[in-house]
Write a protein that binds this ligand. Structure first.
Ligand code: PLP
Length: 467
């Protein structure tokens, strides 16, 4: 079947949840993927951060073949040989004590929220348990109800209201707001160490440290979501290891089983003690095939960390040079191989995306005007050069187009002039951090101070009363 046939059938047959790029992908190898016309693409997105080892890694293929011939599924009523070994590796890497395996990121996150409430009940004994959860504005934790309810963006929540009760949102990296909203009724503070979907926004060191101190003092939990930024993407096993802060729980998923569905909650012994058999579970999660592959992924990840740091720095320098050249770039930020370029208009970002695709490079756009790069860990400097050269071309072409539009706009509608004025004003405003808002990076490897702040969510503080 060709692209036209598949897309026509999908339009008729699928629940319309995706706005796909016009590419029918057929095969991959390393950092490349090919579509049905034979066109080759350099993959700077790796299936939204999943294919961290690139496509068809020989060691992964070998494990899949071997394990698929032995045992694919058991369900969690029985033992198989890989969950314990995988848990041993993940707990050693993370500094935490116990693991629970799920199928996806959102399930891992929902499970972590359940553990937080169960832990609070255990701690309260017969008293009134803490139930409130503080989550961050501009965050993203997934599509199930717990994850959605703690996602700090109205567009993901409102169509599905009402949400899980007891969640309040804190302005990301705003210590005053955190302190104002934190009290003895809070059972958990939830943070993505680097907000991914939110435009690659790292948590500030002071903010994370304060969250750790507040939760530690009141027996509340600090839960970090490293589904996108964890497992080697920043050059360390976990992004929180750049900060020297240990959470009570962390969630991981995306690259864990190199393309097979697998997520995990990692928790301290103290937190895990709130669970007993039957309280939480899954039919598929942590099956032998996915776990065997994940063990191999972690072996490979360990070997690639140094490379991620080195090419990550090269990538950072290249993007900074691009920033110096193009006034349409508002900000470049990120860590390791998780990077973003924020442009001054959504139209330009859209144009850059199309142009890079035509040139045979896959990237992604988030928050309208942020170009996001999540390449496989095996990417090399020469691939980064190719991407940056293409971005340079696309931005130059895009700027020329934007300038001509601006000229037309200047002699046409008043409304159009006002909009362009807003874009310029935004750039000026973004250069000045708001009082009380921490923008400083966590450590040398983490991004420089952001020029732009997370996009204003414009949402009012929101709390759903605990029923
Ligand atoms: N948390 C973060 C930080 C994510 O980036 C994502 C997915 O993009 C999720 C949770 C949800 O993961 P999944 O799509 O595997 O359910």
């Amino acid at each position: 079947m060709n692209l036209e046939t598949v897309s026509r059938m999908e339009q008729k047959l699928l629940v319309p949840t995706y706005d796909r790029q016009p590419m029918l992908l057929e095969r991959g190898n390393g950092v490349y993927v090919w579509d049905s016309t034979g066109k080759k693409y350099l993959d700077f997105l790796s299936g939204l951060g999943v294919n961290a080892l690139g496509h068809n890694h020989p060691a992964i293929q070998k494990v899949i073949r071997k394990q698929a011939a032995k045992l694919i599924h058991t369900c969690n009523i029985f033992y198989h040989e890989y969950q314990a070994e995988l848990a041993a590796r993940l707990t050693k890497m993370s500094g935490l004590d116990r693991a629970f395996f799920s199928n996806s990121g959102t399930e891992a996150w929902d499970g972590a929220l359940k553990l937080a409430r169960a832990f609070a009940q255990m701690e309260a004994k017969s008293g009134r348990p803490k139930t409130r959860i503080l989550a961050m504005e501009n965050s993203f934790h997934g599509r199930t109800y717990g994850a959605m309810s703690t996602t700090g963006q109205k567009k993901y929540r409102d169509p599905f209201a009402p949400m899980v009760p007891g969640v309040k949102f804190v302005k990301f990296n705003d210590i005053d707001d955190l302190e104002k909203k934190f009290d003895s009724t809070v059972c958990a503070v939830c943070i993505e160490t680097i907000q991914g979907e939110g435009g690659i926004q790292p948590v500030a060191r002071e903010f994370l440290e304060r969250a750790r101190r507040l939760t530690g003092k009141s027996s509340a939990l600090l839960i970090l979501d490293e589904i996108q930024c964890g497992l080697g993407r920043t050059g360390k096993h976990f992004a929180y290891q750049h900060y020297g802060v240990l959470p009570d729980m962390v969630t991981v998923a995306k690259p864990l089983a190199a393309g097979l569905p697998l997520g995990a909650i990692l928790a301290t012994e103290r937190v895990a003690a709130c669970m007993k058999p039957g309280l939480h579970g899954t039919t598929f999660g942590g099956g032998p095939l996915a776990c065997a592959v994940a063990i191999e992924f972690l072996r490979q990840e360990e070997k690639l960390l140094k490379h991620v740091v080195e090419v990550g720095k090269y990538f950072e320098d290249a993007l900074e040079a691009l920033d110096a050249k193009h006034s349409s770039i508002q900000d470049v930020r990120g860590a390791g191989l998780m990077r973003a370029v924020e442009l001054d208009s959504a139209d330009l970002a859209k144009a850059v995306l199309v142009r890079t695709r035509e040139a045979g490079i896959i990237i992604n756009r988030t928050h309208e005007k942020v170009l996001r790069f999540l390449p496989p860990f095996i990417i090399q400097k020469k691939h980064i050069d190719l991407l940056v050269k293409e971005l340079d071309r696309a931005l130059s072409a895009g700027m020329a187009a934007t300038e001509s539009i601006t000229k037309i706009a200047q002699v046409s509608a008043q409304k159009t002039r006002a909009n362009l004025g807003h874009i310029r004003a935004h750039k000026n405003a973004a250069a000045k951090p708001k009082a009380g808002l921490i923008t400083a990076p966590a450590a040398a490897v983490l991004p420089r101070t952001s020029k732009a702040q997370p996009a204003e969510t414009k949402e009012k503080e929101e709390e759903y009363a605990y029923a």
